[in-house]
Design a binder for this molecule. Structure first.
Ligand code: TA6
Length: 297
């Protein structure tokens, strides 16, 4: 059964409805005058964002799982408090596996719809470190995401990694170009983390790629001639950008990803990972902000 809340009924500008989504996980459907979006409480996971006159901006695998304790494959997984594998712990942390709480739904001054989520303190993941995690999802002409971490300890510093692991829809992986990373150092996960320097002004993807670009706050763009679209990934409070495509062999090894889907997606992720991890002083907070937008190419 869906429950629909009209925000500002007089102007009928935005609406949010609650209901069972895939796997019966609770999903929020957001409609604004410019766009539509879907967010699951599971992982506070944005799985869909689409402007009314464009193909979806976010890629969601048709083979994705929608189960408690399993990550959703696609959209924007929230990676926290660690990035990558950890011994006997889930890869990419527990935030994307957890059920978040929706605190508020509001209308921004420009008519965009704002949803504020909170990561509950789960005994299961108790680290003995008091911190709070808030996530603001703003749906409008663009999609804006703000991940705020507060170190609530009066005494101890808190160190963490965070990343918005965004999957973008592209028309043809072989035809696109990625710009904004020229001259940037990166750690190549396919070469045991070897440190390299990006020499290309515009990066072409023609094989598996898994790179952690470090020390960069630059806007990245995806130039997609087959969809005639330019995607902008603008960010603040982030010094790492990850570029990932599993290509053929890895796609076949991933149970929750279609064998051919690598041709229609690219991850450009914004965060603070590895050498860019964050150390918060007692009482301090940090916000990672990403604005995802698109325009005709
Ligand atoms: O962000 C890139 C990456 O770390 C890759 O190494 C790849 O494994 C990807 O994340 C997906 O990770 P997942 O745990 O969602 O399968």
């Amino acid at each position: 059964m869906n429950t629909t809340h009209q925000i500002n009924p007089s102007e009928a500008s935005a609406s949010v409805s609650f209901g069972p989504g895939q796997g019966d996980l609770t999903r929020l459907d957001i409609r604004t005058p410019w766009s539509r979006a879907e967010v699951y409480l599971h992982g506070a996971h944005v799985t869909h964002f689409q402007k009314h006159d464009e193909p979806p901006l976010l890629f969601l695998s048709e083979a994705s799982r929608f189960e408690a304790r399993q990550p959703i494959r696609g959209g924007v997984p929230v990676i926290f408090p660690w990035f990558g594998p950890r011994q006997e712990l889930p890869t990419h942390g527990f935030a994307r596996l957890s059920e978040w709480v929706l605190d508020t739904v509001a209308l921004a001054s420009d008519g965009a719809c704002q949803l504020a989520f909170r990561l509950p303190r789960l005994q299961e993941w108790a680290t003995g470190r008091p911190y709070a995690v808030e996530y603001l999802v703003t749906v409008g002409r663009e999609l804006r995401l703000d991940l705020k971490v507060v170190n609530e300890s009066p005494r101890d510093p808190f160190e963490f990694e965070g990343c918005l692991h965004t999957y973008f829809t592209v028309g043809d992986i072989a035809a696109l170009r990625v710009t904004g990373l020229e001259g940037t150092r990166y750690l190549d996960s396919l070469a045991a983390g070897a440190e390299k320097q990006e020499s290309a002004a515009s990066i072409a993807i023609g094989a598996e790629v898994d790179r952690l670009y470090v020390g960069t706050e630059a806007e990245v763009q995806i130039l997609d001639p087959s969809l005639k679209r330019r995607i902008r990934v603008a960010k603040a409070g982030s010094r790492s950008t990850v570029v990932w495509n599993p290509w053929i062999a890895k796609s076949k090894r991933m149970p929750d990803f279609g064998d051919e889907e690598y041709q229609r997606m690219l991850c450009v992720e914004s965060g603070n990972v590895g050498p860019d991890r964050i150390e918060l002083a007692p009482g301090a907070s940090h916000t990672l902000s990403v604005t995802l937008s698109s325009e005709p190419l």
